[in-house]
Design a protein around this ligand. Structure first.
Ligand code: NAD
Length: 292
């Protein structure tokens, strides 16, 4: 069994991005610029956004953090999106989700210029992904494909089961794994909350990708011997032995499942670091596309 070291892969891709940025500067080109929009004071969202901004600095990007009050209206936020769309200094931006209840997330996502949608959530980018037209791909699934590629994990003709059909992880992941390319060409099953016989379906999986949001739902009896297991879930569970009072676990019961796998991603240190790396890669891609 091999543990997929997302942290190391992320660092190696980030250093490649940093080299490309240094090269751009030598050629007199601008630094890619990512903006992040944060609404309200949700602790987890703030941590994610700050980490995204910090990572931008590490690879030499410019970054801007726009933090708005929880009470901002949908109309005001749409105006801010428009400003970012029209600001030629900014190559890409993200709106950290979830947004407060009074704001329609889809309306906000659809207001983002597809060329600057570095989260890859805009319908135009989702459509291009389905049609296999080069586009900005959703960060977490894109990051997972980068991991599979880095470890040369075969995907062609494999049974791939994706659990979870969210628009940001499960659904795009299932599309990427079925596309006619590498990583891809897998026979994909998309399982969700209404799926019957989840255990039997999972046991058929050569590659199992769990994006369910339920701590340790995936147990060893659901795993085929030698399967590749990718765990997207992130959960804080109480742990008094830790200074913080909690530890992070995934959707997969790592200790027991790992025994049966050929490859597995840990939580933390698996998929998580790749999401930010994919976002940086998308920002560089957006910047390059805008120069064409
Ligand atoms: P979500 O809640 O939007 O979607 C969960 C999906 O799981 C739904 O489609 C639902 O149908 C399905 N589901 C729920 N219960 C199920 C069950 N018992 N059996 C089968 N399917 C079931 O969640 P999400 O945004 O896709 O996130 C999933 C997990 O991944 C969360 O823990 C989240 O924190 C984590 N996440 C991690 C990253 C990262 O960078 N590592 C990024 C995004 C999300």
């Amino acid at each position: 069994m091999k543990i997929i070291d997302g942290k190391a892969v992320a660092e190696s891709i980030k250093s490649e991005i940093a080299q490309k940025v240094a090269q751009r500067i030598k050629q007199g080109k601008k630094k890619p610029h990512l903006a992040a929009v944060l609404v309200g004071n949700d602790g987890a969202s703030e941590t994610y956004v700050k980490s995204k901004v910090k990572n931008c600095e590490k690879v030499g990007f410019d970054s801007t953090l726009l933090h708005f009050e929880e009470s901002i209206s949908e109309e005001e936020l749409l105006k801010e999106i428009k400003k970012l769309n029209n600001n030629s200094a900014i190559n890409g931006f993200i709106v950290q989700l979830p947004l407060p209840k009074h704001i329609d997330e889809q309306k906000i996502i659809q207001a983002i210029l597809p060329e600057k949608d570095v989260d890859g959530f805009h319908p135009v980018n989702v459509g291009k992904m389905v049609l296999e037209i080069p586009s900005l791909l959703p960060a977490t699934p894109y990051g997972i494909t980068l991991l599979l590629k880095h470890y040369n994990i075969p995907t062609e003709g494999k049974n791939c089961v994706v659990i979870g059909r969210s628009h940001i992880v499960g659904t795009p992941m299932s599309i990427l794994m079925s596309r006619n390319t590498y990583p891809g060409n897998a026979t994909v099953t998309l399982a969700h909350s209404r799926t019957k016989n989840l255990k039997e379906i999972c046991r058929q999986a050569d590659i199992l990708i769990a994006a369910v949001g339920k701590a340790k739902l995936i147990t060893e009896d659901m795993i085929k011997d030698g399967a590749v297991v990718i765990d997207v879930g992130i959960h804080r569970i109480k742990d008094d032995s830790k200074k913080s009072g909690y530890r992070l676990v995934g959707d997969v019961d790592f200790e027991n499942v790992a025994q049966k796998c050929s490859y597995i991603t840990p939580v933390p240190g698996g998929v998580g670091p790749m999401t930010i790396t994919a976002l940086l890669q998308n920002t560089l891609t957006a910047c390059e596309m805008q120069e064409k």
